[in-house]
Design a protein around this ligand. Structure first.
Ligand code: MG
Length: 389
């Protein structure tokens, strides 16, 4: 069984917007047409591709599509209509091809399982095509009003690749009346008297049509890629100490607390926020506050610590990570943290854009031992948990 794909890529795709036809526009750095080709080529039965393109697009095509050398590739010029383009593609298929899968250039997510179902159906039918049953209620409307309902039983949304025994679909297209246009190749086959089996389609196998579909396609692509690799869980830790000096308040987790001393430091000396920030950098394996905001640089003198925290949060987001939890332990004899802990959690949650139940702030004394016990300063420990799905 020799199976070829015929990709109909001659359309202009003007509804999708952009400066070039949609099939040559990029999704995550790769052309839509390449994504479509990759999905089909991933099936082991595919021997080669015929692409039908607009002759004006040859340079775009050459830049957009690179197929592995073990696959045969043939590029032909399309005709004035989709039917004419398909006929040009069918004519270009080698006679060794027994089965042809005629596929939209703008359907980048045809799973191998769909191709399996199509090829299986072709063992008993001359044609097969994927489709999804219509599940929404269907209305008729006029002038903005519902004017009737339509029974949805037996209705399907058609997808591609529509799959045929080559000899039959060639004969069906040859018999199609000149000048008449067909909705798709299934209509051509049926007019010729061929039975077309319906196999289960897939919601991911959508056609990129409108500008918003590019966003959906990028999301679907990331989901497909994520399935091939495990979730990336990270845990980072942070630790910081600041000494007391003369003053009347401390700032901890962004909350100003009146106290008989202040914390000494280059910025606002928010030892707790620094520990959480370093925990996030730690989870990203990307240094610490001192590397991103060097103390030797005067522009950071007196800077609010939330600048550092926001930087770490933005860095995590830019790398695709979601912060799922932070936990901070403040170690001091005084001031008492308990009365301020909720305000600290709320402020940290606000700064990091997290729900309150993902932000923990707690405190302990060191039983009057060590520098914190002697009230020479405050120490803080933190962990941050990050995940990339
Ligand atoms: Mg610090």
């Amino acid at each position: 069984m020799t199976v070829w794909a015929l990709i109909v890529a001659a359309g202009r795709g003007s509804r999708a917007g952009g400066d070039i036809p949609k099939q040559y526009q990029k999704i995550e750095g790769v052309s839509l047409l390449q994504h479509t080709s990759n999905a089909i080529a991933s099936h082991s039965e595919i021997s080669g591709f015929v692409y039908v393109i607009n002759p004006d697009d040859r340079a775009l095509f050459d830049a957009a599509v690179k197929m592995p050398p073990d696959l045969a590739v043939c590029v032909v010029s399309g005709g004035a209509t989709r039917d004419a383009s398909v006929r040009a593609g069918l004519a270009a298929l080698p006679d060794t091809a027994q089965i042809v899968m005629i596929h939209d250039a703008a359907r980048p997510f045809a799973r191998a399982e769909i191709l399996d179902r199509l090829l299986s159906a072709l063992q008993t039918h001359p044609c097969a095509a994927p489709a999804l049953p219509v599940v929404d209620a269907l209305w008729k409307g006029a002038d903005g009003l519902v004017c009737g309902t339509q029974d949805r039983s037996g209705l399907y949304r058609a997808q591609t690749p529509q799959t045929f025994r080559l000899a039959e679909i060639r004969a069906a297209h040859a018999a199609w009346p000149e000048g008449e246009s067909a909705a798709d190749d299934v209509e051509v086959a049926r007019r010729f008297g061929l039975d077309v089996a319906i196999v289960a389609g897939d919601e991911d196998n959508f056609k990129v049509t409108h500008p918003a579909d590019f966003t959906r396609a990028a999301q679907t692509l990331r989901q497909w890629q994520a399935k091939d690799k495990p979730m990336d869980f990270r845990t980072g830790q942070g630790f910081d100490v600041h000494a007391f000096e003369a003053g009347d308040h401390v700032t901890l987790c962004g909350v100003k607390i009146l106290h008989s001393q202040s914390l000494k430091g280059h910025s606002d000396a928010d030892v707790a926020m620094h520990a959480v920030t370093d925990a996030i950098y730690g989870a990203l394996a990307d240094g610490d506050i001192g590397q991103h905001f060097p103390p030797s640089d005067p522009q950071w003198k007196g800077a609010a610590s939330e600048i550092f925290l926001r930087h770490a949060v933005d860095l995590a987001a830019s790398r695709g990570f979601t912060i799922t939890h932070t936990d901070c332990t403040i170690i001091c004899e005084r001031p008492k943290i308990g009365p301020h802990a909720l305000a600290m959690r709320e402020e940290m949650a606000r700064l990091m854009g997290l729900d309150l139940d993902r932000v923990s702030v707690k405190a302990t004394t060191s039983e009057k031992l060590g520098f914190t016990g002697r009230e020479e300063g405050i120490a803080a420990l933190a962990t941050a948990s990050l995940v990339k799905l």
